[in-house]
Design a protein around this ligand. Structure first.
Ligand code: SF4
Ligand code: SF4
Length: 176
């Protein structure tokens, strides 16, 4: 098997990058279930973590409200498969997945909030005009997540029914 054959020499990696990607992609769903199970067990701590990450003390003070939001967030993460897509994106070196070489993703966000875990992320907020924004925008956590790179795959666009971004075909450049 390809991912077991590269440990022959002392300097070679145990798994080559492509094989590692395949392994991680196959493990993405079990990893997702593990992550979500951990989040579910840790739900009582969620309001405190929300306050710490957002810098908004009210998240902790309004404990039961935050707990309800966090519960909804985890359920929506499960339904949307957000974690397994994230794992596959990481395994793919943060490159858009499921795109042919002649395709690319284009669009301009209109801040509908759909890609924020179907508007269920504990950090999404909406202004009077219904435009979404992120309460942890630009933080280290935000950068570590895929939020700043959305949409990272064709799946992202489809799962959240993004009204703006789409996959387009690139016209080949005429050769001389
Ligand atoms: S779903 Fe698309 S349009 Fe809506 S907030 Fe996300 S990127 Fe923007
Ligand atoms: S951009 Fe902010 S609100 Fe949207 S999913 Fe990411 S962390 Fe949540």
């Amino acid at each position: 098997m390809r991912w077991l054959c590269t440990a022959a020499t002392p300097n070679s990696p145990i798994l080559d990058p492509l094989a590692l990607k395949v392994v991680i992609e196959r493990l993405s769903r079990p990893i997702e279930l593990l992550v979500l199970g951990t989040m579910f067990v840790g739900l009582p701590l969620a309001p405190l973590l929300m306050a710490a990450f957002s810098g908004r003390l009210a998240d902790a003070v309004e404990y039961w409200r935050s707990l309800r939001l966090a519960f909804r967030h985890v359920i929506e993460m499960y339904r949307s498969g957000a974690t397994s897509r994230y794992v596959r994106w990481r395994a793919g070196n943060r490159q858009p997945s499921l795109l042919a070489p002649c395709e690319r993703i284009e669009g301009e966000c209109i801040h509908c909030g759909q890609c924020c875990t179907n508007k269920a992320c504990v950090f999404v907020q909406f202004d009077a005009l219904g435009r979404s924004s992120c309460r942890i925008y630009g933080t280290a956590l935000w950068r570590w997540l895929s939020c700043g790179s959305y949409p990272v795959s064709r799946e992202d666009i489809e799962v959240y029914r993004c009204p703006s971004f789409r996959v387009i075909r690139i016209q080949p450049t005429p050769s001389n």
